[in-house]
Design a protein around this ligand. Structure first.
Ligand code: PLP
Length: 392
């Protein structure tokens, strides 16, 4: 075992018994190069993070500009800082009026933690409703809302008073009552192997929340920022949440999360108790500068508008393959279902050997996921399809 691998396996906390072990040298656009000079086509994009590709020059320039001014100067919410203000304004410009107030945190799971707290505080209620087969993050609160017994069982007790509806089952919405603080749901379920809501279900969900006064939280940590062919997945359905959570691609490659609501709802975190959600590093100026540049790139380029067409292109190249049982897709987010766990492992490994990075789902073992940078070209998608087909 070489020294670097030894350090990785011994001195870095491990979470996976068979990690990918790509020894990263550099990354640009849709490619990652390892220390031996091998080039990988990254069609997982750091798991739906590098939507505008790796090391986008405008993100790098924004980071460098911010570096030359200041790093951390104060905990969140005390000082006026240019990059925080720019990001708040930019987010408000791409969201409906009722989502005009953003609070920037450090990760997707923290965004969900804070969203749950905000809903409890605003409504004065305690019950939380989540969805079976959901994924909302790995910290205690988000894990409590993650409808996955296998992921939860070793870490109990978790948050009490959480009930789970079934995705796309309108009957199960009965669990939402006037005791419910909020319903947290992925607008399009990712880890469940990519499941889209029906229009009836998402409309009924919004109506039930209106009726009972429960706040509706859409977790778009994975599907936001253009991934599905709209800036936000909820735009496909014309249903607006009361709280939106973001993460992953928002930072253009830097660590960030956001929970977003109206000024009125958000304001309750200022009292009873004061400092209702606090964070030292949330809204870090460098990360906000990167996020702001990332949103600007998404606004300037035509990539989001092209995502559906490019996604269909790749789907058409793959769908006739006899080894594929089903392709579930939203824009440039794919679950390729082979109906068999061993086959998935073999195909993902074969792709990796051929220089193509796809990835597993945490809890859908019969499928693997693809979420290429939105900047990928059709030629590159053709190349990816060739490697996938030869691996299949
Ligand atoms: N919510 C969803 C839908 C996610 O896919 C993820 C991460 O994969 C999270 C929340 C947690 O985000 P993070 O890993 O940044 O804490």
């Amino acid at each position: 075992m070489n020294e670097r691998l030894h350090t990785f396996l011994t001195h870095q906390g491990q979470t996976n018994q068979s990690p990918y072990l790509i020894d990263v040298d550099r990354a640009e656009g849709i490619y990652i190069w390892d220390k031996n000079g091998k080039r990988y086509m990254d069609i997982i994009a750091g798991v739906a993070v590098n939507n505008i590709g790796h090391n986008h020059p405008k993100v790098i320039a924004a980071i460098q500009q911010q570096l030359s001014k200041h790093l951390h100067v104060m905990v969140y919410g005390e000082y006026l800082q240019d990059s925080q203000l720019d990001l708040a304004e930019n987010l408000a410009s791409i969201l409906p009026e009722s989502l005009n107030c953003s609070y920037i945190v450090n990760s997707g799971t923290e965004a969900n933690e804070a969203a749950l707290k905000l809903a409890k505080r605003y409504t004065g209620r305690q019950q939380i409703v989540s969805c079976k087969n959901s994924y909302h993050g790995s910290t205690h609160g988000s894990l409590s809302a993650t409808g996955n017994e296998a992921k939860q069982s070793s870490f109990k007790p978790l948050l009490p008073q959480i009930d789970y509806i079934t995705f796309n089952d309108i009957e199960s919405l009965q669990l939402i009552t006037d005791k419910t603080a909020c319903v947290i749901i992925e607008t399009i379920q990712g880890d469940a192997g990519l499941r889209k809501p029906t229009r009836q279900f998402i409309n009924a969900l919004r109506e039930k929340c209106n009726e009972t006064g429960a706040l509706l939280i859409f977790d778009e940590v994975q599907v936001g920022m253009g991934r599905t062919g709209k800036m936000f997945a909820f735009e496909h359905y014309n249903v607006t949440p009361d709280i939106l959570t973001l993460g992953k691609a928002l930072g253009g490659g830097m660590p960030i999360g956001a929970f977003i609501s109206s000024t009125e709802i958000m304001h309750c975190l200022t009292h009873t108790p004061a400092l209702g959600h606090i964070t030292t590093f949330g809204g870090h100026p460098v990360n906000c500068a990167a996020a702001n540049a990332c949103i600007n790139v998404l606004k300037e380029e035509n990539w989001i508008a092209e995502a559906e067409n490019k996604g269909q292109f790749l789907e058409d190249l793959l769908k006739q393959h006899p080894a594929i049982k089903e392709i579930r897709r939203a824009g440039l987010f794919f679950a390729i279902d082979l109906g068999n766990e061993d086959k998935v492992a073999k195909v993902v490994t074969a792709c990796l050997e051929k220089g193509l990075i796809g990835f597993w789902f945490l809890s859908t073992p019969t499928a693997f996921r693809l979420s290429p940078p939105l900047s990928i070209t059709k030629e590159q998608l053709q190349e990816a399809a060739d490697i996938l087909i030869s691996s299949l």
